[in-house]
Ligand binder design. Structure first.
Ligand code: CU
Length: 147
């Protein structure tokens, strides 16, 4: 397996948010606002009691957050060997992660503060969906994996 490259979540998320905020389209600025809120909610998880908090992620893990029918950040660019942790930062709504085009099974339904992880060992373009929300809410994301 190729060696794991270290990434820091904020280093990846910040350019995506800036890019989203600079876009003229209303959809993009709305998306940027949702993703900023998602980041704030993730940060607030540290105040949860230990038995409700997220367990620490392995070094180099990149986070994708789920909030308001949006995956943040998306598209996400990562290096081969990177693990992505998909975290539900909602207050009530559940989501899933489904690499449907890759023929993979859908993840379990993720409730608030729950997560699911996937490691990407092959370069490529990986579109994915939220099982309950891709058709009506267009809740979709994509990951680009490079050498
Ligand atoms: Cu969803």
């Amino acid at each position: 397996m190729p060696s794991r490259t270290l990434f820091f979540v904020c280093a990846l998320a910040a350019p995506t948010l800036l890019w989203g905020g600079a876009a003229v389209a209303g959809d993009e600025s709305q998306r940027a606002a949702i993703c900023a809120e998602a980041e704030a909610r993730l940060a607030a998880f540290k105040d949860l009691p230990p038995d409700e908090a997220l367990p620490p992620a392995a070094p180099g893990t990149v986070h994708v957050l789920m909030l308001k029918y949006t995956f943040c950040p998306s598209p996400l660019k990562i290096k081969v060997g990177t693990t992505v942790r998909f975290v539900n930062v909602e207050k009530r709504t559940s989501h899933s992660v489904w690499f449907k085009d890759a023929g993979q099974e859908e993840s379990d339904r993720l409730f608030p503060v729950e997560f699911w992880e996937q490691t990407f060992d092959t370069p490529g373009h990986y579109p994915y969906l939220c099982g309950p929300h891709w058709e009506q809410e267009n809740m979709r994301g994509a990951i680009e994996v490079t050498d």
